[in-house]
Every structure is written in C-alpha cells, then in structure tokens.
Design a protein around this ligand. Structure first.
Ligand code: ZN
Length: 499
C-alpha cells in the first residue's frame, strides 16, 4: 500500500479512537453517570474534543491529503476516501477557534435559557438567545459559503448538498399529498382505539419483550447492548460495539416498543458498516437522512406492519395476557396505526409527523432569509400549527419550546427526519420488489433476508456514494415522494375509509 495512504489511514484511525472515547463518555453521561459529575464530565469531553479537532485540522494532515490527491496510485475506494476527507478537512478549518468558542459559549447560555423558559413556559425569555444564535449561524453561513440561500450552508452540515430549492419542492409535494390523503380518510372512526396501550404493562416484561424484538430483527448482542436512558438513542464506537438505549413507561407500552425498533434500525446500520473502514469515510454512515431511513424502515414499514405482528403479537399476548388476550390482532394493528393530529412532534403519527417537520423547516428557512425575526416566532409557530394541524398550542411548552434543537444552535437538522421517512418508503418498496415473498418471511418472524438486502445495498457502502447516488443505485430513481404517499394512502385507507 502507498506509504502516504497508510499514514492517512493511521491518522484517521487514531482520531476514530479519540472519537470513540468521547462517544463512550457521552453514552455514560446518559446511562450511568452520577448527576453531580456533570461539570467535570463536560470538561473532560471538551478536552478530548479539542484534541480531536486539533489533530484533524493539523496543517501536516492537510498537506498529506493534498499530496495524496495529486498522486495517481490509489485505487477508487482510496481515492474516494481521500476526496471525502479533503472535503471534511476544508469544512473543519473554515471556522476560526475564536468563532467556535464564541458559538459554543452562546449555545451554552441558550441551552440554559431554553430549559428555564420551558419550565416557566415563557418563550420571551428564550427569544433573545435564539436571535443571537441565528445571527452567529448566519455569520457562519457567510464564512462557509453557499450558492443561493444562506440556509443551504446549514443544511449541508447534516446532509451534503441538500438545498432550499430541493426542499421547497419536496415539502410542497409532501404537504399536498398528505392533505389529499387526509381528506379521503374519516379519522373519527378511531375513537379511543389506542387506549389499549395505556394499561399497566410491567417494566421487566416490557424490557424482555424489547430484547426479543431486537434479536428478532437481527440486532447482534455480541456487538451491542441495551440500557435505559431518559431519551432513547443509539451510538456506535465501531461496528463491533453499537449500543442502544430505551425508556420504559409502565402506562404506555407503545413508548418502549417503537423506540426500541427505531433505535434498533439505526444500530443495524452501524453494525453493518465495514469493519475495515473503521474511522475512514468508507466505514462511516452516509448522512443523517439515510441513517434515519434505516430506523424508520424498521420502525414503520416493518414494525407497524401486519406481517410483523402476525408473528410477534401472539408472543406479546403471552407476555401480557391480562392486558391483551381479548384484543384481536386486527384491533391491535389499528391501534398501532392510529392517526390523530397533535401538538408534539415526537408523539406524532406517521402521516402528521411531516407537517411538524415542515413547520420547523419553513421557520428556519425564513429566519435565515431574514424575512422573520426570532421575537415574532411564537405567533408564526402558533399560526402555522392552527393552519397545518388545526390545533393552536395552549402554551409555549407544547408549542415553540418543545424541541431542544434550536437551543443547541442546530438549524437544518429537522428536514433530515422527513427525508429519512421518504427514503425509507422508497427503499422498502425496492426490497419488496426484489424479495418477492418478503411479507411472508416477516410474518414468519424471519427478517434476515431483508437485513441482508439492506446490508448489501446500503450498509456495506459507508460513504462511498452520496445520498442521491445511493438512492438512484438502490432504487433506480431519485428520491421520489410518491413511494411514501402510496404507502400511506394504501395503509391508512384500509383503516380509515368506512366499508
Ligand atoms: Zn432516529
């Protein structure tokens, strides 16, 4: 192997070791750390993050990348790794240390203000912090550069190449399509159906069932583990150690079950990344939206499907005979697919969910265009909820203060949630086409061929293809909203159109 390439690889792998240590500290913070340790832990994470940053932006590393780019003895995968690292390097060195420090101070203050404002239900306390964050991020957009819209520079941080033009078009199509589907449904049919979940479901049995389901979809406990945390997440330190967390609410079975499958979907992706690409682009997930496509595919297309519960429902009934013996599979299926407009994004159903995301997207876009001000956002938010979901938030806690993202200064993140669902629908449609008896396999409890398909077509490639190219190669076309709309239309008409 090229001596310089070997050096490049060694450097990135060292960085990967450092990132894994940081990740492990984050994991511990959420899972085991005693509360009082928090100030020291922040310090420890900051020190290691600073070291990682310095290692990465080192001029020698930049020169090494240039040398490798100018050479001509690399094979295509190596070339692609170098190209992506070069891209990452130039993204990282654009911001001065003083700017990064200023941003991080502003974020700390904003996060505290958001927590207090949420507690006191007073957006006005958070608004000035939000304004400062947007200002700084706009400054950042100017430093990073963009072709049309300053918000493009934010989108690119989470989804390389994603732009306002594309999202405007895609989200308009989604809005129209979702409205059209909703117009054809009679949501009044469902009254009280999902009440079945709000009985007492003992914690230890829920936990055991969650583990069974994770094993059932192919999550490898030899290279992973599940723990409890207040906000479920998944985290991978390498494909050999990918962990998930869940939370258990004894009065809400749904809470544990689908967050378990969702995080399991993320984890299957990370467990399927090539081990020999550790810390290199070839061993890293493509983008947030493709990551989310994997969690949504398992959570919704598999985990809210009739085939899946054909196999799993009798097992669940055996765990909870008192609660479920008298509930038919058919009623259970309808319960897990209840549609109801609501105020909280994270509790939204599969269809309304995207209206929540689109509201946030439109607000962020307009903030960065300078056409609205942070101080006006409460009105804007509430009006949009009234118009898109037919509900006006009674307070800020259930309204504009519900998400943590803005307090972290994260703008451009929300759209990847919806794109993830749209990609998931398209990927699943392709898998169904290529695996003719997929439904039957799933209803027998066998998800292995589906997982194999995802491994081969998506997981194994790491970042070797950009999201759009990956989608085209796997499904034969670009991201096409119609797959998601068809899936929702078929599924929900069967439930919500009276016979
Ligand atoms: Zn997710």
């Amino acid at each position: 192997m090229n001596e310089k390439y070997r050096e490049y690889q060694a450097r990135l792998q060292k960085l990967g070791d450092l990132s894994s240590a940081i990740g492990l500290m984050h994991w511990d913070t959420e899972v085991y750390m005693p509360k009082g340790a928090s100030p020291m832990r922040s310090r420890q994470i900051a020190t290691l993050s600073g070291m990682a940053h310095e290692m990465f932006v080192d001029k020698d590393f930049g020169n090494l990348l240039d040398d490798l780019r100018n050479g001509n003895d690399l094979h295509p995968e190596q070339q692609r790794n170098i190209e992506l690292s070069h891209r990452d390097y130039h993204k990282e060195i654009k911001l001065s240390t003083s700017f990064v420090e200023k941003l991080s101070r502003t974020v700390s203050a904003a996060f505290q203000a958001w927590e207090a404002a949420k507690q006191e239900d007073a957006f006005a306390q958070f608004a000035p912090h939000l304004e400062k964050l947007v200002e700084l991020r706009m400054e950042e957009a100017e430093i990073r550069g963009y072709s049309k819209h300053p918000y493009d520079a934010m989108l690119d941080l989470y989804e390389p190449g994603l732009e306002v033009d594309f999202l405007d078009k895609t989200f308009q199509e989604a809005k129209d399509g979702i409205r059209q589907i909703l117009q054809q449904l009679d949501l009044s049919i469902d009254t009280g159906r999902d009440a079945v979940f709000h009985q007492h479901f003992a914690k230890d049995k829920q936990w055991e069932f969650g583990l069974d389901v994770l094993r059932g979809i192919g999550y490898d406990f030899n290279h992973g583990r599940q723990d409890i945390s207040s906000h479920p997440f998944s985290i991978g330190f390498s494909p050999l150690d990918v962990r998930v967390t869940t939370r258990v609410d004894e009065m809400d079975f749904a809470n544990m079950c689908w967050s378990c499958i969702h995080e399991g979907g993320h984890a299957l992706y990370e467990q399927g990344l090539p081990v020999d690409g550790y810390a290199l682009p070839s061993g890293t997930a493509v983008s947030l939206s493709i990551h989310e496509s994997q969690s949504r595919l398992w959570e919704n297309h598999v985990g809210r499907g009739m085939a899946f519960w054909n196999h799993w429902y009798p097992k669940l009934q055996a765990y909870f005979p008192e609660q479920l013996a008298k509930v038919s599979l058919e009623d259970f299926y309808r319960a897990i697919n209840t549609l109801r407009p609501n105020l909280i994004r994270t509790e939204a159903d599969e269809l309304h969910y995207h209206l929540h995301v689109i509201i946030r997207y439109e607000i962020e876009r307009d903030l960065f265009a300078g056409s609205i001000k942070a101080s006006e956002l409460r009105e804007v938010w509430n009006d949009k909820y009234a118009s898109y979901l037919g509900l006006r938030p009674p307070d800020d806690r259930q309204g504009i203060l519900q998400d943590v993202h803005w307090s972290h200064g994260s703008f451009g993140y929300f759209p990847t949630y919806s794109l993830g669902s749209f990609y998931a629908a398209q990927f699943f449609a392709s898998a169904q086409e290529e695996i003719s008896d997929l439904d039957q396999q799933i209803s027998l409890g066998d998800c292995s061929e589906l997982l194999g398909w995802l491994r081969k077509n998506i997981h194994a490639h790491g970042r070797m293809k950009d999201p759009a190219d990956l989608c085209r190669e796997v499904t034969g076309e670009e991201l096409n909203m119609q797959h998601f709309l068809n899936y929702c239309s078929t599924k929900f008409k069967a439930i919500y159109v009276p016979e």
